[in-house]
Write a protein of this length. Structure first.
Length: 127
């Protein structure tokens, strides 16, 4: 059964760690940032696509419209689920965001995270 993992690039620090984690977990990285651009080298959409190729997808629908502050407002949760569901039929996914969730998959053990982005209804991704 496929698993959804969550990770914030602030926690990983280096894009190489994300590539290694995706390979180790045999997972597609789903970028859920509303604006997948950053001043952190290697973490912009173009950089991640160049590094991960077909193992990278940007799903704007799961992006947080309140990313500059305020409450989390997913852009279009229903469309995001429709975009991500077919990926789960193929295998594991890693939801990539910018924040640093407190409960992350261990690069060595690859356990599901329990905090970070939430699915509609408040269910933590990966549960």
């Amino acid at each position: 059964m496929p698993t959804i993992y969550t990770v914030g690039y602030a926690r990983l620090r280096e894009p190489e760690r994300l590539a290694h984690l995706a390979a180790e977990l045999d997972a597609v990285v789903v970028d859920v940032r509303f604006k997948p651009y950053t001043s952190f080298k290697g973490w912009s959409r173009a950089d991640l696509h160049a590094r991960l190729g077909s193992s990278y997808r940007w799903v704007e629908a799961f992006g947080n419209e309140g990313y500059r502050g305020g409450p989390v407002r997913l852009h279009d949760a229903a469309r995001g689920l429709a975009d991500v569901t077919p990926l789960l039929e193929v295998g594991n996914i890693i939801l990539l965001c910018g924040r640093r969730p407190r409960d992350l998959p261990s690069p060595a053990g690859g356990r599901p995270a329990g905090r970070g982005h939430r699915l509609p209804g408040g269910t933590p991704a990966g549960r």
